[in-house]
Design a protein around this ligand. Structure first.
Ligand code: HEM
Length: 405
């Protein structure tokens, strides 16, 4: 059978109307074109949970070496050693292993107090009023500071790091992202910082990255090169910044639109972890994860030829009715089924525990001060990054605790 082409249902990932509300078209894709082919941009897209899971788990048939974003895979990009998010075995395992060794639950737990203090300080400024914006004041500030705490990057340098990573993801609305990326970090803040850290070792993750030994492809035990370390820092600051920022925005918007559930969480904070899981399922920041196929593959009776760009639409899989009853409904009490928001398998998100902690603490600290809020969607703006979907500004009117009946 051939894949269903641009006939009855069309999904153009750059179309701003779809970008604003992609869920109706995802529903149609699941039903009418579960193996969708877009001739204009020459890619396949899968929208069923099981198919997306298979794409990400079968690393022999679907590889990461050209990237996981549509533009990168289509351009058949290649990357320098250390860019493990876009590596395949055995290199991927060697590099990911280093980070897993130093990115421990103990390190995450140690950050909790600092994250809470930061949220408290920021939110306390608005208890007596003021124009609050969930992104400007919380989402765009907190996750990047957490990366800074982890890597030991001083606060005054963080804006430059953030600008560097954000600029790479931003596109003109409706336009594809440039596939051309420069991975030479000489002369950038990353290079300056690594050189400084070599002379001033500390107890941070950066110093551990510099000292950890691993066995490389040639069977030699060695430390990461200076270039690889810069790439690792870039991955961490890129992967953990905008995604978590968007999670905070979606938390604010989704709960503002579901005040009954917000009230339940306010009254019983033990609901926070499941609320964050449901927000991640319902409004995943990264809608797609792509792979390049190195052999013919059959999905739903449709053959996808070798050499194709295939996207797993995680946001569609997260609402697949075969897994999630009434998938388009937001319900913090739904039966726990793992969502795909952090991917699955070998490349699954290394920062998921940290992102979850950040989301939970932010929500808890907001509720402690402001049990209710409304968001001003007329003044809010969606980000124009095609890699991550979420709010760039989200002005809100907060109701402090004492004013709530
Ligand atoms: C809500 C926040 C986040 C979301 C939705 C998210 C989502 C994802 C997804 C879907 C992948 C898999 C990509 C693929 O299979 O191609 C991934 C990988 C990754 N994430 Fe996250 N992420 C988040 C936060 C973070 C944070 C806070 C960090 C670290 C500070 C992080 C670090 C990484 C890394 C290093 C990988 C690559 C793992 C590998 O290739 O082996 N992420 N993330």
């Amino acid at each position: 059978m051939n894949a269903i082409s641009n006939g009855p249902v069309n999904w153009d990932p750059y179309n701003q109307a779809y970008f604003r509300n992609p869920y109706p078209v995802y529903r149609r894709l699941r039903k009418e074109a579960p193996v969708y082919y877009n001739a204009e941009y020459d890619f396949y897209a899968l929208s069923h949970y099981d198919d997306c899971q298979r794409l990400l788990q079968d690393r022999n048939s679907f590889v990461s070496r050209h990237g996981n974003l549509l533009e990168f895979i289509r351009a058949k990009n290649t990357y320098p050693s250390g860019m493990f998010i876009y590596e395949d075995p055995p290199l991927h395992g060697q590099h990911r292993g280093i980070l897993t060794r130093v990115f421990t639950p103990k390190k995450m737990a140690a950050l909790e107090t600092q994250i809470r203090e930061y949220c408290a300080r920021t939110l306390d400024r608005f208890v007596d009023g003021g124009d609050f914006d969930f992104i400007t004041h919380l989402g765009a500030e907190m996750p990047i500071r957490v990366i800074g705490m982890l890597l030991g990057i001083p606060d005054e340098d963080l804006k430059e790091v953030q600008k560097y990573t954000d600029d790479r993801l931003q596109v003109e609305p409706g336009q594809p992202m440039s596939a051309d990326h420069d991975y030479d970090y000489e002369g950038t803040l990353f290079a300056r910082y690594v050189d400084w850290r070599v002379k001033h070792p500390s107890d941070d993750l950066m110093t551990e990255l510099m000292n950890t030994e691993f066995v490389d492809q040639s069977g030699k035990s060695r430390k990461l090169t200076r270039g690889e370390i810069m790439i690792f820092i870039n991955i961490l600051s890129g992967a953990g910044n905008e995604t978590t920022n968007r999670l905070i925005g979606w938390t604010a918007k989704t709960l503002a639109e579901h005040p009954d559930q917000r009230r339940q969480i306010y009254e019983d904070r033990s609901f926070i972890p499941q609320a964050i899981e449901e927000i991640l399922r319902f409004e995943v920041p990264g809608h797609v994860a792509g792979r390049f196929s190195v052999c013919d593959a059959v999905f739903q009776g449709v053959t996808i030829p070798k050499g194709s760009t295939i996207l797993a639409i995680l946001a569609a899989a997260n609402r697949d009715e075969s897994r999630f009853v009434d998938g388009d409904k937001f319900d913090i009490h739904r039966e726990r089924v793992p969502h795909l928001s952090f991917g699955v398998g070998f490349h699954s998100c290394l920062g998921n525990a940290l992102a979850r902690v950040e989301g939970r603490i932010a929500l808890d600290e907001v509720l402690t001060r402001f049990p209710e809020w409304t968001v001003d969607l007329d003044r809010a703006r969606l980000s124009s990054s095609s890699a991550v979907r979420g709010w760039e500004t989200l002005p809100a009117k907060l109701t402090p605790r004492l004013k709530v009946a």
